[in-house]
Design a protein around this ligand. Structure first.
Ligand SMILES: O=C(O)CCC(=O)C(=O)O
Ligand SMILES: [Fe+2]
Length: 378
């Protein structure tokens, strides 16, 4: 990067016209900060801004950029104000994107009175959202079928098989409070669990897609361990909503106070509060998705979340508890798990050609699509 003064002292307009009547300045716009490609250095007779950077100027551009990645917002601002050359570096989107994304992931630990004040007064595009995982303990309330219970999980979902883990089950229930515009960006719920979400007050807009969908504007790493949804909810809605709602399998709607929404295992969802609201949510493992959960715990141990650190193998613990409480269900689910991995193995062998047409009798090479609730083949 060469940062030089524009020798003619102008920034577009009034330049030489070529024979099509187009100004050369129009076709190759001058960089707003006067930055020119490094090759120009050899012919430049204008001042090179690198000269005024002191010791930093001795480093190659790539290394300066790399060093700047280590700075926080304040240091980056200060350094960028020391000279024109560093100011230009300090404007780079990549640096700010990294700082901004960190900032967005920030959590605060506030008393409720302060959060309530914030909730009533903020105009933020993506307001802070309250997820309290310890509300039962803090409020000393009872949940379940006892007489003094304040609520009980809806019966229609059947037994929650993670209950066999008792106090060793991963985090599974939250009280959610937030102002209008707060919400949850696209995600799948943890450990292939299902969830229900009950609106107590307010209303929520939901948009959901089946597990194997590619949601526009949401980037998933090859092993699906990382989901990057770089836009805020409002930005996603402006940029991608129209396109996304045309996709097959898209489901959207509004849940009002007193209504409960079911999020089946593996479904993508984005949620936004249309007004200030309170909700309760619980993650659970229904019989119909036991195989998905066992498969997740077994095959993606590095992506398993919410278990206490002391639990070495959530998969083994779950299998052991199911053996004691639901032996038949466990056998069925383990059989299904074996069948799935056999199917994957066969598809792989067909794809890489280790099986001949004769031996597999399938007519040769074919790519299948993952069944809807089947784990994607990494
Ligand atoms: O109410 C919300 O923001 C949605 C929370 C959520 O993702 C869920 O219940 O699974
Ligand atoms: Fe969720």
């Amino acid at each position: 990067m060469l940062l030089a003064e524009d020798p003619n002292g102008h920034h577009g307009g009034g330049g030489v016209l070529d024979h099509d009547g187009l100004s050369i300045d129009d076709s190759i716009p001058i960089h707003p900060m006067g930055i020119k490609p490094l090759g120009n250095l050899f012919f430049a007779n204008t001042p090179n801004a690198r000269r005024y950077t002191g010791i930093v100027g001795q480093l190659p551009d790539e290394m300066i950029l790399h060093l700047l990645e280590y700075l926080d917002v304040t240091s980056l601002r200060k350094l960028a104000s020391t000279c024109r050359f560093l100011y230009a570096f300090g404007q780079l989107d990549e640096l700010w994107k990294a700082l901004f994304l960190d900032f967005r992931a920030e959590a605060v630990d506030w008393p409720f009175s302060l959060y309530h004040e914030y909730m009533c007064e903020n105009d933020d595009e993506s307001p802070l959202y309250l997820f309290d995982r310890w509300f039962v303990e803090k409020m000393n309330i009872t949940i379940g079928s006892q007489d003094d219970s304040v609520y009980w999980p809806p019966d229609c979902f059947g037994p929650d098989l993670f209950e066999v883990l008792g106090t060793e089950r991963p985090a599974h229930r939250w009280l959610i409070v937030g102002p209008a515009r707060s919400g949850s960006t696209f995600h799948k719920d943890p450990n292939a669990t299902s969830a229900w979400n009950a609106v107590v007050q307010g209303s929520k807009y939901w948009i959901m897609f089946p597990p194997s969908s590619q949601v526009p504007g949401v980037f998933v790493s090859e092993d699906s361990s990382e989901v990057t949804s770089p836009l805020s909810i409002a930005e996603w809605l402006l940029e991608f909503h129209a396109e996304a709602r045309k996709l097959p399998g898209c489901i959207e709607g509004v849940c009002k106070a007193g209504e409960i929404l079911h999020v089946p295992s593996g479904w993508w969802h984005l949620v936004v509060n249309l007004e200030p609201g309170i909700a309760l949510t619980q993650n659970f493992v229904p019989k119909s998705h036991l195989t998905d959960v066992l498969s997740f715990l077994k095959n993606k141990p590095d992506q398993v979340t919410g278990f206490k650190r002391a639990i070495d193998s959530p998969f083994e613990l779950f299998v052991q508890r199911l053996e004691q409480n639901y032996p038949e269900l466990l056998n069925e689910a383990l059989d299904e798990l074996n069948q799935r991995s056999e199917r994957k193995k066969r598809k792989w062998e067909e794809a890489v050609g280790t099986k001949t047409e004769e031996s597999n009798g399938s007519g040769g090479f074919s790519f299948g699509f993952a069944e809807e609730d089947e784990e994607e083949v990494p």
